[in-house]
Design a protein around this ligand. Structure first.
Ligand code: AMP
Length: 454
């Protein structure tokens, strides 16, 4: 399925293309047709699934198609309410990008900052307003905003809204909306409180459920290298030189980061190319073709650029930077281990990235095995590993004595740096002789016990 099959109008298609999207994500594929028919939608999906485009594209299309000359300043036709400032900004950016050839104007309002710039934007007139609940009610109260002309309403991350205590604000906002409107309601979970809130907002909605991709994480061998930001380039070169991989996809968080990694690799004599949003479509295609036909062994990519990359013989994924959205980790490692192949993924983690690691492990319900002996081990890694292992130890104490847990002696050996890459604590082979040890699939990762609620 490609975007042009979804009956999206040309100015929006052009913007999607410019973003480098080739294929709709599952939630987009399911929701866009429903929303273009002006049906209400109850979406069970979380951030990272592409849900923003799933609702932004149809709303932009409706506003574009509805357009009649307006007297005076623009009226607000679409309202998106979301719990946090970060999400609000992200959604605003998405509307700006997908709508850049439509002439549709949007703005974002949120609390915790002075209101001057926000009220000025509102006074100039907007078609789409993205807001957090408190500031929205505040500016409605001050007379800067009227919800009278809203035709499209989105309540985003509803469960988070309730967790944050916004229920009364939400109710007040809903009471102010015109009865005749299209409503969209998104939540990652659907407890009864959410279902009852959805019932108040939606008519007879179509439902779309997208589960986070989890299964791939179970097929792929994963390992974790604690390393400082500064030493990451050296560790990457070391791994690519010592391990025998045919094709490696390296992920960085930023475009600039991708270029830097490529430069470092080239300096070390490793042929590598980057693909990201700042490269022309032609340059990206060329790099991808080189990677697919094997003339480039290492491709360095940002997440957006890597979407839709389908390389069948990918042997290794390297998370040079850990993603801040845990689902992205699953997307990334899902690039290897396709079909029946057992792929491998290694992740670099510096101290700042520990919270991301925590979120990832929670999502995949696995503890990624830490590679405790490598030449670029992060200072103070012992305490990080100990912290990492604490819950494991507690769990293991409660279970049987049969354990794959590293012995105390192997743990204490971490404090001394070593020039071998005996990667798994359960392995004593050196990198060259046992070059595939870290790629030994699932034995390197331990399943987390399921939470009761899951
Ligand atoms: P969201 O769940 O809306 O926060 O989107 C997650 C990420 O996926 C964002 O960085 C989007 O820019 C990106 N994205 C959304 N749709 C697509 C698509 N069809 N192809 C590639 N990337 C996408």
């Amino acid at each position: 399925m490609t975007f042009d099959k979804l009956e999206i109008i040309a100015p929006i298609l052009k913007a999607i293309e410019a973003k480098g999207y080739t294929h709709p994500t599952p939630i987009q594929e399911k929701s866009i047709p429903i929303l273009l028919r002006k049906r209400d939608l109850l979406g069970c999906a979380q951030t990272g699934t592409g849900k923003t485009a799933a609702f932004a594209i149809p709303i932009l299309q409706h506003i574009y198609n509805d357009a009649t000359p307006e007297k005076g300043r623009r009226k607000i036709k679409a309202l998106v309410v979301t719990p946090t400032r970060e999400l609000a900004i992200q959604i605003k950016d998405n509307f700006s990008e997908y709508g850049k050839y439509t002439g549709i104007v949007n703005t974002v309002i949120f609390g915790g900052v002075k209101q001057g710039a926000q009220t000025q934007a509102l006074n100039r007139g907007v078609d789409v307003l993205i807001a957090t609940p408190g500031r929205l009610l505040d500016l409605i109260g001050q007379g800067y905003i009227s919800l009278r002309d809203i035709k499209y309403f989105v309540l985003d991350e509803a469960d988070q809204m309730l967790d944050m205590g916004f229920i009364h604000d939400i109710r007040r906002i809903i009471d102010m909306l015109p009865k005749k409107r299209q409503s969209l309601f998104f939540s990652a979970t659907m407890p009864s409180s959410i279902v009852s809130l959805a019932g108040k907002i939606l008519g007879n909605p179509d439902k779309v459920t997208i589960k986070p991709e989890q299964t791939t994480a179970e097929k792929v061998g994963q390992s974790l290298y604690y390393v400082s930001k500064k030493a990451k380039p050296k560790l990457l070169v070391f791994l690519l030189k010592t391990e025998d991989t045919d094709s490696t996809l390296v992920f960085t968080r930023t475009k600039h980061g991708a270029d830097k990694v490529v430069k470092g690799l080239q300096k070390a004599g490793i042929q590598a190319e980057a693909i990201h949003g700042n490269k022309s479509q032609n340059a990206r295609q060329l790099a991808l073709n080189n990677f697919k036909n094997g003339s480039t062994k290492v491709l360095v990519a940002t997440d957006i650029a890597a979407r839709g990359i389908d390389v069948s013989e990918l042997s290794l994924v390297v998370n040079y930077d850990l993603p801040n959205i845990p689902e992205t980790y699953v997307h990334r490692i899902g690039r290897t281990g396709r079909a029946s192949a057992s792929g491998n993924a290694i992740s670099f983690c510096d101290t700042d990235e520990k919270p991301y690691l925590k979120d990832i492990q929670k999502l995949i319900k696995q503890d990624i095995e830490v590679v405790k002996e490598h030449p670029f081990l992060l200072d103070g890694v012992d305490s990080l590993v100990a912290e990492e292992e604490k819950p494991q130890r507690q769990r293991q104490r409660g279970r049987s004595s049969k354990s794959s847990k590293p012995s105390n002696s192997s743990r204490s050996s971490n404090s001394s740096r070593t020039s071998t890459s005996s990667t798994s604590s359960t392995s004593s082979k050196s990198s060259k002789s046992g070059s595939n040890d870290w790629r030994r699939g699932n034995s390197t990762s331990r399943r987390r016990p399921q939470k009761k609620s899951e």
